[in-house]
Design a protein around this ligand. Structure first.
Ligand SMILES: *Cc1c(COP(=O)(O)O)cnc(C)c1O
Length: 460
């Protein structure tokens, strides 16, 4: 067989194998014996048989994973994928354009630019907005931090730069700040209120204090849809604080920015249009395969300032649709990550994608109602943006015991493979967390999951 025949065969096998995800365990972990079998597979001077190696991948490698698309995977941010995204990914992969710039791939550059413009419009940006497709939210956050640092601090000021985040910020935010030269000692974790949102008054007070000390506040990194609890910081109020104090305002919407495409919930993101930059993952809530994320910026000059090596870049700015992506971000050679999202949005249309996002929000609300009907559990953070936190609770038990029991409940569930429900920590409490954004999840999936969690809880 030729390689192309293996490819065709693979597609058929893949669809046959994955037809009924619900009947599979949500996660398989590699057993110790299998592990050495794989890791000790030497690279031979003579090479090995293609068919045998495809079989190793199919039987030993890929089955050992968390099935992100499983309708009962509620862990982390699940990865329900539109099949059309896989097709877009495959088409782009086969053509393998170098999407670094206009000349090597003007076709994909055109659709990536036009899609970025459209996404900017959804965020409420004017024509001066632009952006770039990057590998993920982490890279998007880093790209924003670089642009903010270069835009607001001189090289001499960097050792005095201060960043403002909340204690609910994603760890990629810390990483980004470290990379741009801001150590822990100059990252302020602003206290959050009872709803886990940044307190804008505390934020402004801290900025004032730092300025008085001669430090240089330069960036606020708020979150639209925290990974822990789906919380959206008060964006409009934070925008005002940023403006008054002339600092960069970044919104990490890796998870929650997709609400911009929802008719019912986009109002929750009011104020995002004031942000200098927005992180938005399409491989989370826009149903794309890895890796597909966007960094959007309010002013195109901010990315050119950091990433263009050509002094004449301002001229380029007049030809917005022909700017090379190497002038807008970290990478040179890159895949045209935007193609699959373009294909998905073109074929599904905005109504369908909006409805699918709404469905995730409503499913978390439904989950909340099921939990509220079960006396063993209490809701810790209400359903927001498709995420809910709850826990087993019993009078008279201390936090440590309750933490232990809730951890055990999750472990027992994962061992059965029926659902993937893992824990997170909120204010020192171990809680059970469910993110319900898969359009394939049914009410029955939710009810059966809570019922089983309840059975494990009763064992205690
Ligand atoms: C997932 C997530 C990130 C990181 O995104 P990756 O695509 O995994 O790099 C950043 N911020 C938030 C709020 C997230 O949920």
């Amino acid at each position: 067989m030729e390689i192309k025949d293996y490819m065709k065969q693979f597609i058929d096998d893949y669809y046959e194998e994955n037809e009924d995800l619900r009947s599979k365990k949500t996660i398989e972990l590699i057993e110790h014996n299998d592990f050495s079998e794989l890791s000790e597979l030497d690279i031979l001077s003579t090479g090995r048989n293609v068919e045998d190696m495809i079989q190793v991948l199919q039987e030993k490698v890929y089955p050992n994973r968390l099935i992100g698309e499983h309708p009962r995977n509620f862990a982390f941010i699940p990865a329900p994928i539109e099949e059309i995204s896989k097709l877009g990914d495959l088409i782009n992969l086969m053509h393998n354009p170098n999407a670094c710039g206009w000349y090597p791939s003007s076709g994909t550059a055109t659709i990536e630019h036009s899609l970025i413009n459209w996404l900017c419009q959804q965020a409420g940006y004017t024509e001066d907005g632009t952006g770039i497709f990057v590998s993920g939210g982490s890279t998007a956050n880093l790209t924003a931090a670089i642009a903010a640092r270069d835009g607001l601090l001189t090289p001499e000021e960097i050792p005095f730069g201060v960043a403002y985040i909340s204690n609910q910020a994603h760890h990629s935010i810390n990483k980004a700040l470290h990379v741009v030269g801001i150590p822990e000692s100059r990252i302020r974790r602003i206290k959050t209120d009872a709803l886990l949102k940044i307190d804008p008054i505390a934020l402004e007070e801290q900025i004032k204090l730092d300025k008085e000390k001669g430090l240089k506040p330069f960036i606020i990194m708020a979150t639209a849809g925290t990974t822990n609890a789906g919380v959206i910081d008060p964006l409009a109020e934070i925008a005002d604080v940023a403006k008054r104090n002339q600092v960069w305002f970044h919104v990490d919407g890796a998870f929650g920015a997709s609400l911009l495409l929802s008719k019912s919930y986009s109002h929750l993101l009011k104020g995002i249009e004031e942000a200098d930059s927005i992180t938005w993952d399409a491989h989370k809530w826009l149903f794309q395969t890895y890796s597909c994320a966007m960094l959007l910026v309010k002013h195109r000059s901010s990315l050119l300032n950091s990433f263009s090596e050509q002094p004449e870049y301002l001229e380029d700015a007049h030809q917005a649709d022909r700017t090379d992506f190497w002038d807008l971000g970290i990478e040179l050679s890159r895949p045209a990550r935007g193609v699959k999202l373009w294909l998905t949005l073109q074929t599904l249309g905005t109504e369908k994608i909006g409805e699918q996002i709404d469905a995730g929000v409503k499913l978390a609300e439904f989950t909340q109602s099921v939990i509220e009907g079960n006396p063993l559990f209490e809701v810790i953070t209400p359903a927001q943006a498709g995420i809910i936190n709850f826990r087993y609770q019993k009078e008279g038990l201390d936090t440590e015991t309750l933490n232990h029991i809730n951890t055990k409940i999750s472990e027992k569930m994962i061992a059965t493979g029926f659902s993937q429900v893992i824990t997170t920590k909120l204010n020192g409490m171990v809680v059970l967390r469910m993110c319900t954004i898969s359009p394939n999840t049914t009410h029955q999936d939710i009810e059966e999951t809570i019922e089983r969690l309840s059975d494990f809880a009763k064992d205690n």
